[in-house]
Structures are given as C-alpha cells and as structure tokens.
Design a protein around this ligand. Sequence first.
Ligand code: ADP
Ligand code: MG
Length: 367
Amino acid sequence: MSDRIEPGGTIGIFGGGQLGRMLAEAARDMGYRTHVYCPEDNCPASQAADRHTAAPYDDPAALGAFAGTIDGATCEFENVPAAALETVGAAVPIRPDAEALSIGQDRAREKEFFERLGAETAPWRPVHRIEDLKRAVGEIGLPSILKTSRLGYDGKGQARIDSSGGAAAAWEAIGGRRLPEGAMRPFAIVERFVEFTCEISVIAARGLDGDIRCFEPVRNVHRNHILYTTTAPAGVPEAVAHAATGIAARAADALDLVGLLAVEMFVTGDGRVLVNEMAPRPHNSGHWTIDACETSQYRQLVRAVCGLPLGDPARRHDAVMTNILGEDMHLVPGYEADPEARLYMYGKAEARPGRKMGHVTRLTAKT
Ligand SMILES: Nc1ncnc2c1ncn2[C@@H]1O[C@H](COP(=O)(O)OP(=O)(O)O)[C@@H](O)[C@H]1O
Ligand SMILES: [Mg+2]
C-alpha cells in the first residue's frame, strides 16, 4: 500500500480557523479536496473547504463518518483531544501523528522535549500547587511568568509575577484556586522572564521520506502577547540563524514528524537562542511565505501530508506581515486602497478585540 495521497484525494483538516482556510486553499490549488472538522458553524476554514463537519471533538459517530470520507488528516489546531485523533487515526494516517500533537499540547512536555534535544529554554519548573509556585519563584528568580500547561494561546492563561508576594495573585489569575482534585497535573509551568533582544521563529517541514526543509528564521513582534508583525529575513547574526534552524530541524527529526513544526524562540543580547514553544502545524509567523517563498508553508504541508517530495522553501522577497486584529478593522480600507498591500481576510463575521481577522503582507526586494 502506498502512503501517498494522489491529487483528487481528500485531506481531512481538524480545526476551523484561518490556518485551515489557507491550507484548504493551497490544497485546492494542488488538486486535492478538503474536509474540515471543527465544532463551529461557518468557520473560516469551512468557507474554503469542499466539506465541513460541524461537530464536537468527542462525537465518535461524527468522527467515524469524517474518517470514512478522507484519505489522511492533519491539524490546524494542536488541541484536538487524543481520543478524537485515535478514532480517526485508526482509519487513515494523521500527519503529524498523535505523539507530536500530544507534546505540542503540553508546555511541560515541550520544555522537557527541547531540553532532551540539547536546546536551551528559560529556567522553568512544573507547578502542581501554589506551594510549588512559591518555591519555584525563589529558585528561578523574578520576574517570571506562570502559564497553564494546556490550552493557552495569544497570552491567555498567563500571568506575570514581579514580586515574591505576586505568586498567589498569579495562581488565582490563571484559575489555580478553582482546580478540582485530580485535575490534569502539572497544571502550569512557571518560567523566568527573558529579557530578549528579539523573538524569532523557524518553521521546519519534514516529508514522509524524512527529508527536512526549513523556512528561514523570521522576527516576530507581539502586542499584548498576540503576534503583531513578522519580518523576513529576521536580521539576526548568521550564527543565531544557524542555531535556530538547527533546533527546529532536530526537533522535527526527533519527533519523526511528517508535516510542519513551528518553533518560537527568544534571542538574548549575548546571542543565545532559548526555545519558547512549538506548534506542530502551520503558524501565524509563516503567512508571509504565501507571497514571498517559492513554496508556501501551506503547500509544503500538503506535500508532506500527501507524501510528495517537499518543495523549495527559499525566500524570493523580503516581507513584512502584519496581523489585522478586531481593533484594527478601521485600517482595512487603507490596505484595500494600497496596491502594495497583499490583503487576506478570514471571513469572520464578528470583529472582537484581539481576534485575528486578517493579515496584510508587503514585499520588498530581496536583501
Ligand atoms: N519567558 C518569557 N519571557 C519573556 N516574554 C515571554 C515569555 N513567555 C512568553 N512571553 C511573551 O508572551 C508571548 C506569548 O507567550 P507564549 O508562551 O508564546 O504563549 P502563546 O503564544 O501560546 O500565548 C511570547 O511570544 C512573548 O512575547
Ligand atoms: Mg507563542
């Protein structure tokens, strides 16, 4: 049996957000059909896909029916429950597989994974209860950041601790006080706040044949913990770029991953690269690749999932990608009127503050 999915085949996509929408568009351009599975109606991905199942992730009948219509599946959202992946994975390959996804769902497992790989992270400790947090803050120092182990995104589930008296408030802020007995442990991690000079990310692709191709590192600026701009190239020293790319490639290899792995990192003033987190899926900091690279992150993922040889990730232009959040919607007419602005809107009806509504990419000559 060939592991290849031929054009005309159907790729299942778990998750209904904009990453799934752009993935479905790339898949269609390459001759594939897509079937999106997510709990929400009329989500951004469903608008671009051939089929959509709107059902909860814990609905075995809906999952089974979904599996019967697809040739393979991938995730645009890493928090798909393990049981859902197991149900669908019994019928068709899921790429990346459940193991990579389960590590990507848990900050403590991510940190341990990168440490085993020999990559540096900010000093951190697992936190099961408030006593652990108080002790950990004494050990790793201040300021530090408390983060829920699971289900955090765009800075949600995080609280900064600036003084030793701040531990209790941070624990309260992330919901630690209301934890039921027997809740998932460790509930959180606490890590030292990094005085970074910049944040970068690398997206590695790994094919079914083990071939690895990395997009070059890009520089990310966050506003209120939400990605604001991505700039390519990152403008970091060659040694930093080399180290960052090596970490992402080694991680993809160690996971035996088939698909994409995005790794977010901090760069310090003395040129060290500290891993922040990873996501085994397309990444917001890879939107620029649609316009600026020989192969976009979305086409690269279709290639990996379908067992095709990976494409060339080379950058053909310099690029700046800017996210359009709910509070930025007044800027859209300006982008629409700007011939240099490549505008992508995600088809979301309601513009809430902090919600990603679209993005705009500007290209300049390659440096
Ligand atoms: N240890 C840290 N030191 C400094 N800044 C941090 C640290 N952890 C998180 N941040 C900031 O908050 C942003 C979001 O945190 P992150 O851990 O990436 O969570 P998520 O993206 O899942 O919300 C980071 O990109 C960074 O700007
Ligand atoms: Mg992040």
